[in-house]
Design a protein around this ligand. Structure first.
Ligand SMILES: Nc1ncnc2c1ncn2[C@@H]1O[C@H](COP(=O)(O)OP(=O)(O)OP(=O)(O)O)[C@@H](O)[C@H]1O
Length: 320
C-alpha cells in the first residue's frame, strides 16, 4: 500500500454544542491530490486548520498523522512538513511580492544568498517577475494566489493545504492555478484542497470526500462518486435494424430509440455491468456500432449527497 501523507481517525471538533466535525476519517496517499468538498459551513476550513495545527481537535478525536508525524505529540514536525495557503493568506499587501518572498525565506532561516536564489526562482516559476517590485496590494486576485503558493513553497513542504484556492478567480486564472497544482503533484508533493467547485475536484483530485453535516457522506474517485447515484446508463447504437431488434430483445429492460437505432440500458458504468451487457450481445451474435457509458456529473452527486437528501437506495459508505 502507498504511504499515507494524511491519516485521520474520528476527527472531531465542536464549537459550543455545535459539532462541526463529527467523526471524520481521512486517508490521503502521498503524491496525490485529495479534495474535500462540501457546502458553505460544512467544516472544510475547520478540517484544514486542524490538520495544519492551527486549531486543536477535540480530545475525543482518534489519532491524526500528517507527514508521518503524530499531530498531538509532535505538532512542530507536522508544521515543518506542510505548507498552507488559502482563505487566511499570508501575503502582506504593504510590501512587494519580492519582499514577501524574502520574508518567508528569513522565516525559514535560509541564508541570505540562498533566500534570494529561492525567491527569484519561485517568482519566475509563478510568472511574477514583472510584478516583483510592486506592492502586493496592487496584485490581481490570481497574482495574489500565485504569490501565496510561491511563499508556501519557500519552505519546500511535502504536503500542501489549499483552502479554496480558486474562489473568486476568473476562468483563465483558475486554469492557471489548476496547472500549478498539477505540477506540484508531479514534483511529488501531496495536495489537500478544499473546494466548492465540483468541476475543480473533478479536474484535479485523485480522490474526493464529500463533507456534509459534520461527516463524510461519500468518498471515492470522481467516477466512483458519480456511479453512486442513479441516472447512469450505457448507450448502444446500431446501423442494422435487425441487429438493433435482436439486441433489444436480448437485453430485456432497455429503452429504445427506433429512429436512431439506439438502446439505453440503465447501468452504474462498472466493468462488471459492461461485461454482462456485452456477454448478452455476444450470445445472440450481435455487435453494436457504438458503445458509450454515461455517468451523472458531480453536480448531481453533490445535490444528492448534501443538504440532508441522502443517498438514494444506497448506504452512505465509501466507495473503494
Ligand atoms: N472559531 C469558531 N467559533 C465558532 N464557530 C466556528 C468557528 N470556526 C468555525 N465555526 C463554525 O463552524 C462551521 C464550519 O465552518 P468552516 O469555516 O469550517 O466551514 P467551511 O466548510 O470551510 O465553509 P465555507 O465554504 O463557507 O468556507 C460554521 O458553522 C462556522 O460558523
Amino acid at each position: 500500500m502507498t504511504d499515507l501523507a494524511i491519516a485521520a481517525n474520528g476527527l472531531r471538533k465542536s464549537y459550543g454544542d455545535k459539532a462541526v466535525l463529527d467523526g471524520v476519517d481521512l486517508a490521503v496517499a502521498e503524491g496525490t491530490i485529495f479534495a474535500l468538498l462540501g457546502p458553505n459551513g460544512a467544516g472544510k476550513t475547520t478540517a484544514v486548520k486542524i490538520l495544519s495545527t492551527l486549531v486543536s481537535p477535540d480530545p475525543a478525536s482518534g489519532e491524526i498523522r500528517v507527514g508521518g508525524h503524530d499531530l498531538a505529540a509532535d505538532p512542530q514536525a507536522v508544521r515543518a512538513a506542510i505548507g498552507v495557503t488559502g482563505q487566511f493568506s499570508a501575503v502582506d499587501g504593504l510590501i512587494t511580492g519580492e519582499e514577501n518572498m524574502l520574508l518567508m525565506a528569513d522565516l525559514h532561516h535560509l541564508p541570505r544568498k540562498e533566500g534570494r536564489r529561492v525567491a527569484a526562482g519561485l517568482l519566475e516559476r509563478f510568472d511574477l517577475v514583472e510584478a516583483a517590485k510592486k506592492p502586493a496590494s496592487t496584485y490581481s486576485g490570481g497574482m495574489k494566489r500565485r504569490l501565496d503558493i510561491a511563499m508556501t513553497l519557500v519552505g519546500d513542504p511535502r504536503i500542501i493545504f489549499l483552502d479554496e484556492p480558486t474562489t473568486g478567480l476568473d476562468p483563465r486564472s483558475r486554469h492557471t492555478m489548476w496547472q500549478i497544482i498539477r505540477e506540484l503533484v508531479t514534483g511529488g508533493v501531496t495536495v489537500f484542497l478544499t473546494t466548492q467547485y465540483l468541476e475543480e475536484a473533478d479536474q484535479l483530485a485523485h480522490r474526493i470526500a464529500v463533507l456534509d453535516g459534520g461527516r463524510i457522506a461519500a468518498e471515492g474517485t470522481a467516477e466512483e462518486l458519480k456511479r453512486l447515484i442513479p441516472g447512469g446508463h450505457v448507450r448502444l447504437r446500431f446501423s442494422d435494424p435487425a441487429a438493433y431488434r435482436s439486441a433489444a430483445s436480448a437485453l430485456g429492460e432497455v429503452t429504445g430509440d427506433d429512429e436512431a437505432l439506439a438502446l439505453r440500458i440503465p447501468s452504474d458504468g462498472s466493468q462488471r455491468e459492461l461485461r454482462s451487457v456485452l456477454d448478452r450481445l455476444d450470445r445472440v451474435g450481435v455487435e453494436a456500432d457504438e458503445l458509450t457509458v454515461h455517468t451523472p456529473d458531480l453536480d448531481d452527486v453533490f445535490f444528492a449527497l448534501t443538504g440532508g437528501a441522502g443517498l438514494p437506495h444506497q448506504s452512505k459508505e465509501s466507495v473503494r
